[in-house]
Design a binder for this molecule. Structure first.
Ligand SMILES: O=C(CO)COP(=O)(O)O
Length: 246
């Protein structure tokens, strides 16, 4: 049985002051039976976050593929581990678009992260134009084949985030989410074998809130959420944690 995971991606938001939000989030996480909760703040807040709420897994939003070297401005997975991170998000659509990250680059990062001992959340998802063209499933399965690491076991997590649903208040129909997660599970079985594929959690991301979380989490093969805006405040994130625990 896969445990649900509700992970918050703070993106380039947050400050030392906003770490106070973690107190309420950690308290809700401790109450949430059978649910894992994590927060991925900016790099600069990771160490303070782990010190503030030691029981709450803290993650990062990116890492480099190799463990050290002449890569100005980059941070390796080993450095994240040293800072106290347990998780890293790779291949977020915002990085695929703005930093031109290819599937191969995302796969290399995921493999570096797994090798360093991190749990890795690999993000995939189609744009609005791709969905309108009827290509959503082709795009997503192509991203999976190109960017999933071969190793990882249950430290591999997939996040399906339709690009057009991120930060827009729009979500796909529940039927479309279910269809896509079913396709993703099928590709996992093909790539990893049925036994390993059954351990991989598939998160939904894109405008998840306390209002829609229960419906989204009731869909088969939706094993949790990757939450942006609503994860910044305990007041909006805790209801999502509660929906996952219900
Ligand atoms: O991109 C996301 C999480 O990685 C989703 O962001 P929103 O929840 O703000 O739509």
């Amino acid at each position: 049985m896969r445990r649900r995971l509700i992970a918050g991606n703070w993106k380039m938001n947050g400050s030392r002051e906003s770490l106070a939000e973690l107190d309420g989030i950690a308290a809700a996480a401790a109450q949430a039976e059978g649910v894992d909760v994590a927060i991925c703040p900016p790099f600069t807040l990771i160490e303070r976050a782990t010190a503030r709420v030691p029981a709450l897994p803290i993650g990062a939003q990116d890492c480099h593929a190799v463990d050290k070297g002449a890569h100005t401005g980059c941070v390796s997975a080993g450095m994240l581990v040293e800072a106290g991170a347990q998780i890293v998000i790779v291949g977020h659509s915002e990085r695929r678009a703005a930093q031109h990250e290819s599937d191969a680059a995302v796969k290399a990062k995921a493999e570096g992260a797994i090798a360093a001992g991190l749990t890795v959340i690999v993000c995939i998802g189609e744009t609005e134009a791709q969905r309108d063209a009827g290509e959503a499933q082709i795009v997503v399965t192509g991203q999976m084949r190109g960017s999933l690491p071969v190793a990882g076991g249950d430290r591999l997590i997939v996040a399906y985030e339709p690009v057009w649903a991120i930060g827009t208040g729009l979500i796909p129909s529940l039927a479309d989410v279910g269809a896509m997660h079913r396709v993703i599970r099928g590709v996992l079985i093909e790539l990893l074998g049925a036994e390993r594929a059954a351990t991989v959690r598939i998160l939904y991301g894109g405008s998840m809130t306390g209002d829609n979380a229960a419906d989204l989490l009731a869909i088969p093969d939706v094993d949790g959420g990757l939450v942006g805006g609503a994860s910044l405040k305990a007041a909006t994130f805790v209801p999502i944690i509660a929906a996952a625990a219900a």
